[in-house]
Write a protein of this length. Structure first.
Length: 532
């Protein structure tokens, strides 16, 4: 089947069609129940990257170059599109409004636009990571994985575009993980999200079944005969060909696709040679049987598609396995000596990945070859600050035995604004003496996270950090116009900082990662300050 791509005018019709099924009152109309509504709208309204920006966008997402100021400005201008597709990715239902009865004339969504938009979302993830906002980086990547799952319906070409989107998200995540993986809560969130999008490994077989159903049920005899003429490259007319050719062509195509679908149930190492055998037999038949010509014209390149699908599934499983290893490092302070049980599999072999610690982190290696390249796939993951191994939990820490301890708690912010910079710190004169119950031999700390709002909308986040809890002081954070794009003349901002005093059984050290099974928040406060 060779579906067509819709024009923007047609997309407007599709928006109306996929919206019509669930008309809601204006107050409840957003977000819509169908994610495709937001995707179609975004395809119509986003700024298409061209020329230098398009090239840079691809290279930044691949991790080959740093984002330029020009690209940062371009991505910032796509904030509305990013917000829309992130919202769409969180909607369970996504019905693209495909009319399979149109057969060869069936329209598809703007797949190239969806790939462009996913690059924009991932470029924003890269920019957020450069600014230390790893939580948003992870969220953006999760959104692209969810977008790809919305594309993975039964249309083969949609699946292939979705796989390309997943590969880009995996690359961005792999680059960001060494720094992001110090936070166990972020890793747990990522683990759950990827488990949710990785449940289906049968998309290719489903696509083949859809291809078969559409051709067998909806292709007209005239369309089938034209496909045969196209495959032969002849100048024959419809009237010149046997009248029973469409029926015979459908029968041959049905048998061929049935064999392909059965072969796709085999393990990768057996499926590839079996499919190649079936494809070779079809090519030989096409030289002597006109009915085989329909299959020549319509059948997808299944071997290539399977290679792409299995590589994609293996890439994702390697990432999920790596997250488990990072999670162990974040909670215990050390990389495991062996791979935990029950990990996602290397789909080339159907077995666990081979795990090995290195000087800079660890590697995961497949146990069978990628038959397309003839090579064993290997994944390298870096671990931040491996030269400073985190010490084990304090052996005699006992949160059940508690005693009072005094702290200084921030009660007010001190902020100074100039033309080019906003400086934020705790007003030392506001520090209050408080008393909290702390577990025996537990270490305490002060965690803070800052957000900046303009006209009620969040425009900056990610600044924060850890410090000792006894003094209640966090140092000074500077927001520079050249980097953060604020302050701007005439704009008013609201600075909001969440503070929490916590206890943990992980000792303080360089690149401290205090969250563990005994991490507990003891006190919280949010301070706000309007900057005019």
């Amino acid at each position: 089947m060779r579906p067509k791509f819709p024009s923007k005018t047609t997309m407007l019709i599709l928006i109306a069609a996929v919206s019509a099924a669930g008309v809601a009152p204006p107050a409840a109309a957003y977000p819509p129940e169908n994610a495709a509504v937001l995707y179609y709208k975004s395809c119509l309204t986003y700024q298409t990257p061209v020329g230098k920006i398009a090239d840079e966008l691809r290279n930044v997402v691949r991790g080959e170059i740093e984002p330029s100021d020009e690209l940062v400005k371009f991505v910032e201008g796509q904030a509305q599109t990013i917000s829309a597709v992130v919202t769409a990715s969180g909607i369970k239902n996504c019905d693209w409004g495909h009319n399979y009865a149109e057969g060869f004339e069936m329209l598809l969504p703007g797949l190239s636009d969806m790939r462009n938009i996913s690059r924009i979302v991932l470029a924003d993830a890269v920019i957020k990571a450069r600014n230390g906002d790893y939580a948003t980086t992870v969220d953006r990547c999760i959104s692209v994985f969810r977008m790809s799952r919305h594309l993975k319906d039964s249309v083969l070409i949609s699946n292939l575009v979705a796989i390309a989107m997943e590969a880009m998200a995996t690359s961005v995540l792999q680059d960001a993980l060494p720094a992001a993986a110090t936070d166990a809560e972020t890793l747990k969130k990522l683990k759950a999200a990827l488990a949710d999008v990785a449940v289906d490994h049968n998309t290719l077989a489903r696509s083949m079944k859809m291809e078969l159903d559409v051709v067998a049920k909806f292709a007209t005899p005239e369309e089938i005969t034209r496909a045969v003429i196209l495959a032969t490259g002849s100048d024959a007319k419809l009237s010149d060909l046997p009248g029973d050719l469409p029926a015979k062509g459908i029968a041959y195509y049905t048998e061929y696709m049935g064999r392909i679908i059965n072969a796709l149930q085999l393990p990768y190492g057996q499926a590839i040679p079996e499919i190649k055998k079936i494809e070779a037999e079809m090519a030989a038949d096409a030289k002597k049987k006109r009915e085989a010509m329909l299959t020549t014209a319509l059948a997808p390149a299944v071997t290539k598609a399977l290679d792409v699908n299995v590589k994609s599934d293996t890439d994702l499983n390697a990432l999920r396995t790596a997250i488990e290893i990072y999670l162990i490092k974040a909670t215990t302070g050390n990389l495991p000596d062996s791979l935990p049980a029950g990990m996602p599999k290397d789909m080339f072999s159907g077995k666990d990945f081979e795990y090995k610690k290195t000087k800079t982190g660890f590697t995961l290696r497949c146990r069978a070859k990628n038959l397309k390249t003839g090579k064993i796939e290997q994944y390298q993951f870096k671990v931040a600050n491996l030269g400073f191994p985190q010490p084990p939990a304090i052996a005699n820490a006992d949160p059940s035995r508690r005693s009072a301890r005094k702290f200084q708690a921030p009660a007010r912010l001190h902020i100074e604004r100039s033309a080019e910079r906003i400086s934020v710190e705790v007003d030392r004169d506001s520090l209050e003496r408080i008393e909290l119950k702390v577990g025996a031999n537990m270490v305490t700390g002060l965690n803070h996270k800052m957000r900046i709002y303009r006209d009620g909308k969040l425009i900056s986040s990610g600044y924060g950090g850890l410090s000792g809890a006894d003094k209640g002081y966090i140092g000074t954070t500077h927001l520079n116009r050249s980097i953060d794009k604020i302050p701007q003349p005439g704009e008013t901002y609201v600075v909001e900082i969440d503070f929490e005093i916590f206890e943990t059984d992980i000792p303080t050290q360089h690149m401290w990662s205090p969250r563990s099974g005994r991490y507990k928040v003891l006190w919280t406060r949010t301070l706000k300050h309007t900057v005019e």
